[in-house]
Write a protein that binds this ligand. Structure first.
Ligand SMILES: C[S@@+](CC[C@H](N)C(=O)[O-])C[C@H]1O[C@@H](n2cnc3c(N)ncnc32)[C@H](O)[C@@H]1O
Length: 246
């Protein structure tokens, strides 16, 4: 299915409210991963990016991109939504970096262009992974890394649509997650653990780690209500894949 037009419309529509609500958390400090703002210094997913060619896939307002640019990376941010890219322009710091409008499933870059492709709930949550992962692998140089954070199947399977919160009851079929309707045709994507492994290996990538970020006690979830509030202390809310191209 082609979710590009509907996802673009969705993010153009919600960008302003989304940034108003979430930018203070996402951009509170450099290199914060996911729903619980866990510092990369605790997870060690990205490593040193100085001098590296880095692509943020679905960069949104570029909170990550501007932090890595300030560290000396040669960053490019790509996003589908012009409203999100406008937010990235507004929030760009002293270290300027280029922004590109485009889709993770149709990346407009040559092969071997980047040392690191990464995202945090970006293009690999909002584009079909069986299309976006091979695209990311294509534009990496040999030895380059694809690192990305997505919601876990546990989180999605326990999400109670009617109550708008994550619970301790399985609400949806694990094998039926696949696509998640976000309204008006917009779609996000979720694979089973096995399908992620197959998609990554099928694109020729080596899986180096699967980090399951676990928040410190009493860390609030800035996006979703969970019941109990410390749900993510008990089950993994996110999957942070660390892979490289041989
Ligand atoms: C949740 S934001 C991720 C950005 C940032 N890390 C954040 O948490 O706000 C998701 C971003 O993915 C972008 N997006 C949606 N579909 C996309 C696609 N097919 N290709 C690239 N970006 C896409 C949206 O416009 C949005 O900026």
């Amino acid at each position: 299915m082609d979710s590009i037009p509907a996802n673009r419309r969705l993010w153009n529509r919600i960008s302003s409210a989304y940034q108003h609500e979430h930018d203070p958390q996402i951009g509170a400090a450099p290199r914060l991963w996911g729903m619980y703002s866990i510092p990369d210094a605790h997870l060690h997913a990205l490593g040193d990016v100085t001098g590296k060619r880095v692509l943020e896939l679905g960069c949104g307002a570029g909170q990550w991109s501007r932090a890595l640019a300030a560290e000396g990376a040669h960053v490019v941010g790509i996003d589908l939504s012009e409203a999100q890219l406008a937010a990235a322009v507004r929030e760009m710091g002293a270290a300027r970096y280029p922004l590109v409008q485009g889709a993770a499933e149709q990346l407009p870059f040559a092969a071997d262009s980047f040392d690191l492709v990464f995202c945090d709930f970006g293009g690999l949550s909002w584009a079909p992974p069986h299309l976006a992962v091979p695209q990311a692998a294509r534009i990496l140089r040999p030895g380059g890394r694809l690192v990305f954070n997505v919601a876990s199947p546990w989180f999605e399977a326990c999400y109670d649509e009617a109550a708008s919160r994550v619970t301790t009851t399985l609400q949806q079929d694990y094998f039926g997650l696949n696509t998640i309707a976000e309204g008006d045709g917009a779609t996000s994507y979720q694979l089973t653990y096995g399908d992620w492994v197959r998609v990554l290996r099928g694109a020729g990538l080596i899986i180096d780690d699967l980090i399951e970020p676990r928040p410190e006690p009493a860390t609030p979830n800035g996006y979703n209500e969970t019941d109990p509030p410390d749900w993510a202390r008990h089950w993994p809310a996110e999957l942070l894949w660390v892979t490289h191209k041989p």
